[in-house]
Design a protein around this ligand. Structure first.
Ligand code: NDP
Ligand code: 2IT
Length: 445
């Protein structure tokens, strides 16, 4: 595989799609050996086919706000690859959403879903809708208008969306209500549903819990545990919340949270009612963490700064892409951080990853670390198909064992001669092989 030639062709075809090109390069860089060892992949054009989505659907979403004003947003669904199962992946509602971001997320989702061991292909969707300051009625009308276009493109065995940034339980409820009405069926077409209407226990916690289960395995390779560790978390949404709960349960101390306005440092630790308060912050639709330091005066708010300047043992970036840069990585190295595990999708820039890996710090990439969310979505799909609900303990145990298996796959394919586990390579190779072999079996389509 001639990586530079491939990338330069892709850059010409999709100019300016920075996040997508970044994600593709990061994966392909680690696949050179496996492609060289499997010449059949090259002759079947597996690489050229896997980096382009099967199809991209874009649509206009018109809706009326509380003042009677007409608003127009863009909606998308990127159906990337369904070699191993129906397209599966979240919906992101955020003003920054564009095709590059959704293509990067859909691409990552292919390998993540493959790692889960469950039969799910990769997809992603969303809209540039900004929920900030919107009323619930406006969010509902937007979700209904969005689903008016999306419903005929998805289905429980075709494409199964879920949540992501800006899409939580509330939005999934409105989206599901609209789908049900339009399709005239009550099926498992979305995951992250409410518990009374097809949702799975543990799905809200799953991404954060899975992140911490994975980080626990990473620490264990060094004979370490979370007990007594200082843990810096970014974000204050669904993933950050679940991660904070599990870190605390494992005896670690969560010392930071962050939002687009800056970060909060709480030297006493973010546990108990403070974790519950995160839900209030998120539900306020204001997108700021500054109020935390007013509610809990022992905490400090650092405006416009990243939490990675605080001394920590473990860093869990759980907010958004490219939020941990070169300078942040240098700070983590300087402060002897031993483990960085990505709860978000691609939160570390390529320069940051290089610094972290060069310094032989444990580094877990998002597609492995945060796979617990979509894994539990897969478990929700299984329960929906069987028309059964499993108890929380059963789902949590299944989630835990999936995360341990993903960690083992990373160790198997990522351990270098010097013993350092390159989790980026391990996750990419393990995720890729299953999809590539399925594509081989299914012919050129
Ligand atoms: P939420 O919407 O619940 O929370 C995202 C949080 O990150 C929000 O608080 C958001 O605030 C904040 N944020 C966004 N940009 C920044 C920034 N520049 N600096 C600091 N904070 C920021 O989303 P999730 O928790 O669901 O998603 C977080 C990450 O985890 C994303 O990368 C997502 O793709 C990934 N993920 C989510 C999964 C899930 O099941 N939900 C599964 C796997 C991965 P604001 O809205 O103001 O930007
Ligand atoms: O990035 C992700 O894996 C998610 N947002 C969850 C996707 C899902 O289908 O549960």
């Amino acid at each position: 595989m001639d990586l530079e030639k491939l990338m330069s062709k892709l850059e010409k075809k999709h100019p300016g799609e920075q996040e997508y090109l970044q994600a593709v390069r990061e994966v392909l860089e680690t696949l050179e050996d496996v492609v060289a060892d499997n010449p059949q992949f090259e002759s079947a054009g597996i690489i050229e086919r896997i980096i382009e989505p099967d199809r991209i659907l874009t649509f206009k979403v018109s809706w009326v706000d509380d003042n009677g004003k007409v608003n127009v947003n863009l909606g998308y669904r990127v159906q990337f690859n369904n070699a191993i199962g129906p397209y599966k992946g979240g919906l992101r509602f955020h003003p920054s959403v564009n095709l590059s971001i959704l293509k990067f997320l859909g691409f990552e989702q292919i390998f993540k879903n493959s790692l889960t061991t469950l039969p799910m292909g990769g997809g992603k969707g969303g809209s540039d809708f900004d929920a900030k300051g919107k009323s619930d009625a406006e969010i509902m009308r937007f979700c209904q208008a969005f689903m008016l276009e999306l419903w005929h493109l998805i289905g429980p065995d075709t494409d199964v969306p879920a949540g992501d940034i800006g899409v939580g339980g509330k939005e999934i409820g409105y989206l599901y209500g609209a789908y049900k009405k339009l399709a005239r069926e009550h099926t498992g077409v979305l995951t992250g549903k409410g518990l009374n209407w097809g949702g799975s226990l543990i799905r809200p916690e799953a991404t954060g819990f899975g992140t911490v289960y994975f980080a626990k395995e990473m620490l264990a390779t060094k004979g370490e545990t979370f007990e007594g560790k200082k843990v810096a978390i970014s974000g204050f949404g669904n993933v950050a919340w679940g991660a904070a709960k599990k870190v605390t349960e494992f005896g670690g101390k969560v010392i930071t949270l962050s939002g687009p306005d800056g970060y909060v440092y709480d030297p006493e630790g973010i546990s108990g009612e403070k974790i519950d308060y995160m839900l209030e912050l998120r539900a306020s639709n204001q997108d700021i963490v500054a109020p935390y330091a007013i509610e809990f005066p022992e905490a400090e708010f650092h405006k416009g700064k990243h939490p990675w300047e605080v001394k920590c043992d473990v860093a869990l970036p759980c907010a958004t892409q490219n939020e941990l840069n070169k300078e942040d990585a240098q700070n983590l190295v300087k402060n002897n951080c031993m483990c960085v595990a990505e709860g978000a999708n691609m939160p570390s820039t390529p320069e940051a990853v290089e610094i972290i890996q060069e310094n032989k710090i444990l580094f877990g990439p998002g597609k492995a670390v945060n796979a617990g969310g979509v894994s539990t979505s897969g478990l929700e799909m299984s329960q929906n198909s069987m028309k059964l609900n499993w108890p929380a303990k059963e789902v949590d145990e299944k989630l835990h064992s999936i995360m341990i298996n993903i960690h083992e796959a990373c160790v198997k394919y990522g351990t270098e001669d010097n013993g350092y586990i390159n989790y980026v390579k391990g996750a990419n190779v393990a995720g890729f092989l299953k999809v590539a072999n399925a594509m081989m079996d299914q012919g050129i389509i």
